[in-house]
Design a protein around this ligand. Sequence first.
Ligand code: NAP
Ligand code: HSE
Length: 430
Amino acid sequence: MTTQPLGVGLLGLGTVGTGVARVLLAKRSALEARVGRPVRITCVLVRDLAKPRGVDLGEVRLVTDAQEVIGDPHTEVVVEVIGGEEPARSLIIEAIRQGKHVVTANKEVMAKHGPMILRAAAERGVSVAYEASVGGGIPLIGPFQLDLAANDITSVVGIVNGTTNYILTRMSESGASFADALKEAQDLGYAEPDPTNDVEAWDAAYKLAILASLAFGAPVGPQQVWREGITQVSQRDIQYAAELGYRIKLLAIARLVGGQVEARVHPALVHQGSMLASVDGSFNAVQIEGDLIGTALFYGRGAGSEPTSSAVIADLIALGTSVGRGSLQSQRASVPLRPMQNLQTRYFLRLLTLDRPGVMAAIATVLGDRGISLASVVQKESVVLGDDVPGAEIVLTTHIASEAAVQEAITTLQRMPVVRSIGALYRVFE
Ligand code: NAP
Ligand code: HSE
């Protein structure tokens, strides 16, 4: 073993940073044996020096000036676990400028700025590794960069956000409210520093952008991903979906269709017997299809301190042993994206209408005129609308239809005097 230590500077000591520090200290001798030299934390950037930390760092200094971490001559690798776009992006660029390798768990920065960051790193002769940015502890970036590299990938479909999966699982299994389930996910350390990023599906869109870029060999930015969050998912929808044999999951889908990439993140009905329906709590699962491998499934803990530290430390070991990782491997400058309007899938629609003769027929006509065929119809006993008017809640599922036709039908339905509101519209994933 050479005696020159691998100096690790930590930017951030929150859920992930604390996990990384704990594992680096607790497993020091095993890690050093793997890396082939001593591993030392040089110093750690935080915002609040007085905050209690769940880890004893001994002599290691906590600082509030990032330059003290990045510029420390003993820091060889900078681990960025601050989160958010800024100052994280600027600090990663500064670390590269100073010739430091970077390990980051930051999907927002990698999704928005990955190509630029990786170009800067290549020019400076350093590596940027980001295994923890997608899927927490599940290996996904590494497999795309290496193990699956001989494949032409045709689809990547999965559950990539632990917080929303936890919320939907709790709402479905225990009837918990959205707010209570979100609070639990935050307490367990799954949520982003700003949980809006989870529930509005920004986090999943960032992750899908990273996976799609790797899968299809061209940059796919988060703004090119169709995005709908879970804030509108109600107990009623969860119950109706269950009656029809489905569960509601936030799905991330990137597929090649007719030479174009379809990239979308939205809540979807998945059949109760399917693999994705059984992915619960903070677990993630990603199913990848390639021409050589067929279907490969990656499943595991997608969030939390320990699983995420597993991925960060794997990147550190790889860098420490000079196994270079860290490229989006874009073979092409761009890839044609498939407009959402061209999507063909099945739909679930919940409407609140007046309870009058002919209402169902009128709705069926609006749908039928646009080539939308009904697969099932559920109407419970009358409900009372706000002004004592008798109403009906109608839940429909369709056979495969086009997104454009369904959106046009919704616009028409919303204008009909007998339709009080569109309660929900979900796509069904087959
Ligand atoms: P967190 O618990 O909020 O921790 C953030 C840390 O960064 C805190 O220690 C905070 O300091 C520090 N920090 C924030 N802004 C700073 C600033 N401007 N200057 C100096 N320090 C600053 O966040 P986290 O959950 O560990 O997430 C960190 C990153 O890992 C994010 O990119 C996230 O997306 C990613 N990630 C998280 C998970 C997960 O399960 N949590 C999983 C995979 C990836 P103070 O402690 O002093 O406030
Ligand atoms: N907030 C993220 C999630 C952390 O819930 O999946 C893991 O990236």
